[in-house]
Ligand binder design. Sequence first.
Ligand SMILES: [Zn+2]
Length: 366
Amino acid sequence: MNKNTQPTQAPQYKNAVRQNTQSQPAKKRRRKIRFKPNKEGMLALIALLVIVALAVTLIVFVAKGIIYLANNTQDETTASSDNNQPPATLPWNNAYISDPRSNTDVAAGELILVNFKNDYELTDTLKSKLTKLSERDSYKKEGYYVLSALDLGIRTDIIEQLDSMLIALVDANPETLGKQKGTDRLLISSGYRDIQKQTELYENRKEENYVALPKQSEHHTGYAVDIQVFKADQSTVHLRPEEQSWMEAHCAEYGFILRYDGSKHELTGILDESWHYRYVGVPHATYMMEHSLCLEEYLEKLRTSHSYDKTPLEFSVGETDYLVYYVPATENATLTEIPVPPASEGTYTISGDNMNGFIVTVTKAS
Ligand SMILES: [Zn+2]
């Protein structure tokens, strides 16, 4: 066994030694190449560096190209998706539908303008739409006001608002206004007037410059009321400063405006009338009082800046949002197709302006 193993180990060792001795010259050759490069080696190295530089430049170019293409593709995707989808904000009247109205209705509604330029023709057809203030409990039982005539009427559809305003005015001024005989009482000195009544009044008082011509008085509409004070000494006076201040601060809450401001005389044709209040509805009254606009100015603003083909007038009163716009009556036709919102977007009312169009008032759905 020993004889056999000895010889096999010996050549292995010799081989290792041989390998060792053979590796010495190889190392020496490699050192020669590293430390003493010849001309060809240098050229090869330079060529290699140039190739590496070119490769890096190419990679940078390709990378830039890929980034550019990626960005462009992204833009196109965004653009094409914009074209396919509706814009984020739809037009305000996108879902509007039509409510046709007779063009004779231009003369009807709480926003009708009656002045020295606009006659009111329907006054003698109104009587069935009036309620006498003498029938109200606030007059009959509670004595909140006195009347210049027992048949003094006001439009039935606004009588609740008027009555509530008169009661609140008296309750807010207990030191100056009473509810019994022998005290200063609120006086409703005028409401609805027919043509005959206005003609008599005009003939008797035209030199005062306060009484409008027949057909040109707001009292024909049933929307106007004159409020004064009937004193304990039986004289009639205008509202005193505290009472007047309360009215100017609160009348809009009941849908009324102080109609004639002396500074707007050229527009209204009427001098200052601190006693004359006109019903136009809560949103319009609030907007007009807050912006010091008379009815002539407000209707002009709606007609010129807030017609249906432009943008509506939008504002809020308390928690309620309103949207108001003007629609001209269709010429040479009996009907006007008035665009109105679907029920899902709110409720609406339509009033004529007694000139040539309609005003739509939308109470927006909350
Ligand atoms: Zn009046």
